[in-house]
Design a protein around this ligand. Structure first.
Ligand code: FEO
Ligand code: CA
Ligand code: CA
Length: 646
């Protein structure tokens, strides 16, 4: 029902990730008291704060608003680096939107660029002028990609053909592409030796870790349960210190169809993940996406995938030790004792925050020794407490309720049904955990919580203080003495998003934040080379609630200015902003503009309808009649060649 409402409003494909699936989104501790909330209010010393603001945020703020194109702060360039359909290889065919093919798409830049990772070349360097860009292609918007498909108002897109579905499969996954900066300008190197397209339809992936070879991973195409075709819905991700690329599989349920009856062997598991969603036409042409024809295929998605970008022929590995859920991202950090810690959010209303700690230790001088570090370790889920502490609860087979009586016969069962295991441990249901980013300069970890309109006023708690929550919040975690493997952390709210001008919004920022500096729905983020936090937003169907386009904001985390936010970049109508990523010298900032023309267009004055291929709200970035809007990577530099944001 909710799904139908979302569709009829022209919400994007991804809006259905809003539907809560946690059967018991209970509050794990008493409702927040007013005094506790007050205690966390931002500093108010406006005068000294403004003086400090001038010192650290020396760009002229971009204004809120909505129009057809992107905007960056004055004094900066924001150029298109690569667009959907652009060549990834020297022999890639030119993009022709009226004559697309799966074969062409396999050699062209995929759709809906999301995560961006940058690895300097050669391996081990911080080269800010030459590197590999690792790009996730999260999902496809059929009505924007293909002529004649129209809005998604019919179940499964009735007019989709097998060839169009195969183009979609090829437009998913990722791209690894070499980049070079010469004479101050970035270009893609289409004959780069590491260039690679990873797709949903034909890239073989190894299943690694505790679920490898388990009977619940076996299919008719892979009776051993060790090789999967493709990766899907790759949202955010991470780059490891040993130069591999992590791709997080998020809303994998979207691709599966069929009927989930009680007798289905994966009934409990699939209900908890929303499988099948029957959203797209794929099961019609590829039986593996039909849960009745192939009951285990959906267990082979929802993982973190690790790619050795320095071997373009290598099989990416699905690292099952990191659990199976709707992974927003996977940001690693090396703990002081050498163990590798990966922070992960499960992006659904009332789902959880996770952490993985490797058993082995990182060897800075021995890359091969690091290549399988993510196969063994401890996955934990977060439980927040009212006293400002947080406990990491280990998801370990045989411990607590994770036993055969509850359907967990081995660690494979625990990782395959990580959500259910976390439910049983009493994890804290959160307001859609998106990016989770460690800050190595400050020994902090920032958790983006994007929104949760299903949280009710009587079900709020301290880390999720509003119900309904249309605008999200950012929670800051503090590992004790910088120990990311500790069992207990402390936490604070960093900002509560929304418009602080209206006290009823419950928004909390530093009061020096201008009328353009606040935001709604924090989604992705990064920490730059000075340890500063940058936050990008994705309002989804909530554009009308702020009246503003998505964008990128600098957000102060330390000192007198803590909670001060300033707008730096704004997307064209209907787009969300993904990544962001800086080079190691802060001289270049890459951002990904995803699904231009789709979100909120029905409220865009003068347009006021849903976009299609033929009739989009914007034709960004080409602005020619023969080209639909194209998701693109934008490269931002300061005109004087200096450091961004100073
Ligand atoms: Fe793909 Fe949760 O954003
Ligand atoms: Ca996201
Ligand atoms: Ca996103």
């Amino acid at each position: 029902m909710l799904k139908d409402i979302l569709r009829s409003k022209g919400a994007t494909f991804k809006a259905s990730d809003d539907i809560p699936l946690n059967p018991n989104p209970k509050v794990t501790f008493d409702k927040v008291t007013e005094s506790r909330y007050e205690q966390r209010a931002m500093p108010k010393e406006a005068i000294s704060a403004r003086a400090a603001a001038d010192r650290r945020y020396l760009w002229e703020e971009v204004s809120h608003g909505v129009d057809e194109t992107h905007h960056v702060a004055p004094g900066y360039s924001a150029e298109i680096l690569i667009r959907w359909g652009d060549p990834v290889f020297a022999d890639s065919p030119p993009f022709d939107p009226m004559n697309q093919s799966a074969a062409a798409q396999r050699k062209q830049f995929g759709y809906n660029n999301d995560y961006l990772g940058y690895i300097g070349l050669p391996l081990g360097s911080d080269n800010p002028d030459h590197g590999l860009l690792c790009v996730n292609h999260e999902y496809t918007n059929e009505e924007m990609m293909f002529p004649g498909i129209g809005r998604q108002d019919n179940k499964g897109f009735a007019d989709m053909t097998e060839e169009l579905v195969d183009i979609e499969l090829a437009a998913h996954g990722g791209t690894v592409i070499e980049l070079k900066r010469e004479g101050g300008r970035w270009r893609v190197v289409t004959d780069g030796q590491y260039n690679r397209r990873i797709t949903g339809g034909d890239t073989e992936m190894e299943i690694a870790g505790p679920a490898a070879g388990h009977y619940r991973m076996k299919t008719s195409a892979d009776p051993a349960g060790v090789v999967c075709i493709g990766t899907l819905n790759n949202c955010a991700g991470g780059i490891t210190p040993w130069g591999t690329y992590l791709m997080a599989e998020e809303n994998f349920h979207h691709y599966f169809g069929g009927i989930l009856k009680n007798g289905h062997p994966e009934a409990r598991n699939y209900r908890r993940c929303g499988v099948p969603s029957d959203w797209c036409a794929w099961p019609k042409f590829h039986k593996r996406f039909d849960i009745n024809a192939e009951p285990n295929e959906a267990n082979r998605f929802g993982w973190v995938v690790e790619v050795d970008v320095f071997d373009p022929n290598s099989r990416p590995k699905k690292r099952t030790a990191l659990g199976r859920f709707k992974h927003e991202g996977a940001e690693p950090i090396v703990n002081s004792d050498g163990r590798v810690v990966v922070y992960m959010g499960d992006d659904q209303r009332f789902d959880y925050l996770y952490r993985f700690v490797s058993e082995g230790r990182y060897s800075p001088d021995d890359r091969p020794a690091n290549m399988d570090l993510l196969d063994s370790g401890t996955l934990s889920v977060a439980r927040f407490y009212e006293d400002g502490s947080l406990e990491w609860l280990p998801l370990v087979h045989g411990e607590g309720p994770l036993t055969a009586e509850n359907g967990f016969y081995s660690q494979a069962d625990v990782v395959i049904e990580a959500r259910t295991a976390a439910d049983m441990l009493g994890a804290t249901p959160m307001d859609r955990p998106e990016d989770v980013e460690p800050n190595p300069w400050a020994d902090k970890v920032y958790v983006m919580l994007t929104n949760n309109s299903a949280r009710t006023a009587d079900a709020v708690d301290s880390p999720n203080p509003r119900g309904p929550n249309h605008f999200g919040q950012i929670v800051e975690l503090s590992p004790p003495e910088g120990n990311h493997t500790a069992e207990r952390f402390t936490w604070e709210l960093l900002v509560v998003a929304g418009n602080p001008k209206y006290s009823e919004s419950g928004a909390m920022y530093h009061e020096a934040t201008s009328e353009n500096g606040w935001f709604g729905s924090p989604d992705n983020c990064c920490v730059d080379a000075r340890g500063r936090l940058w936050v990008s937003t994705d309002q989804g169907p909530n554009w009308m609630k702020t009246g503003n386009a998505d964008g990128l904001f600098g957000l102060e985390t330390e000192g007198d200015l803590r909670g001060y936010s300033k707008m730096f970049f704004r997307t064209p109508i209907g787009a969300e902003l993904c990544s962001p990523r800086f080079t190691a010298d802060n001289g270049t900032l890459f951002v990904a503009v995803q699904h231009p023309g789709t979100d909120g267009t029905e409220h865009f004055p003068g347009f006021e309808r849903n976009s299609t291929f033929e009739d989009p709200a914007t034709r960004w970035p080409d602005f020619t009649e023969d080209m639909p809007p194209r998701p693109s990577v934008v490269v931002i530099q300061k005109n004087d060649g200096g450091e961004i944001g100073t």
